[in-house]
Design a protein around this ligand. Sequence first.
Ligand SMILES: Nc1ncnc2c1ncn2[C@@H]1O[C@H](COP(=O)(O)OP(=O)(O)OP(=O)(O)O)[C@@H](O)[C@H]1O
Length: 260
Amino acid sequence: MTKTLEIRNLSIGYRAMKAKSNLIAQDLNFSLGQGEFVAIIGANGIGKSTLLRTIGGVQEKISGDVLIEGEKMESIPTQRLAASLSLVLTEPLATKNLTVSELIALGRQPYTNWLGSLTEKDKIAVENSIRTIGLESLKHRKCYELSDGQLQKVLIARALAQDTPIMMLDEPTTHLDLYHKVQVLKTMKQIARDFDKTVIYTTHEIDLAIQLCDKMLILDNSTYHFGTPCEHIENKYLQNLFPSDLIQFDSQTGTFKIKN
Ligand SMILES: Nc1ncnc2c1ncn2[C@@H]1O[C@H](COP(=O)(O)OP(=O)(O)OP(=O)(O)O)[C@@H](O)[C@H]1O
């Protein structure tokens, strides 16, 4: 399997603080291949978003390397990087006055000219994304008219329209109900499979990730584990992810249960 994303000795954190605590995670090493669907999990504040933003190139790393298709990220020109990697973050949207179609069309920016005019190919990519994510009935609506869950789907469709070999999504299902969480995650997995893309996302929905993902990266206090959900269960890495006073992981069912 071709490696699309390689993380080598990567340390992440926040430089500005200049204190030891600026280091969120260190010496991370893992790689992802074409067609893989991968979740980053871990407790609140452990560093999932920081990691995703760092490997997505919007946050400076502390040290180490992120390689995109074998090339160090910092040596890839911006335009080419935008055609290699799409990123869906949780930040509020600045452009809510656009229609759903217009916002999704912004995903085509790496391929359009400086006027931003869409070619036939761009328009087809936008329509395909709308259909794949199931947004046909909303495509003429203004983004400010959408619910949080609907907007979340639109942002995923925009990343899909960007048509990159790597897609990264920060908590893409937070605002969705259970049915639509599963629908979106299954669609993302299908996209990885059908188009040989590498899809990586952060999540708190560990049960769903166990059922759907090829691999999981578990960020734990001062350590991490990378492997298949089965390997994590066998190695009991999920058992100690949270304090044991309230919940415990049931390895038979692959779910967390509330303690009596
Ligand atoms: N801009 C920032 N400057 C300094 N520290 C930050 C900044 N943003 C986040 N942090 C800290 O970095 C750590 C990791 O935060 P991050 O948002 O990556 O965690 P997370 O695992 O995504 O959390 P959650 O599950 O709550 O979304 C936290 O301790 C947080 O307080």
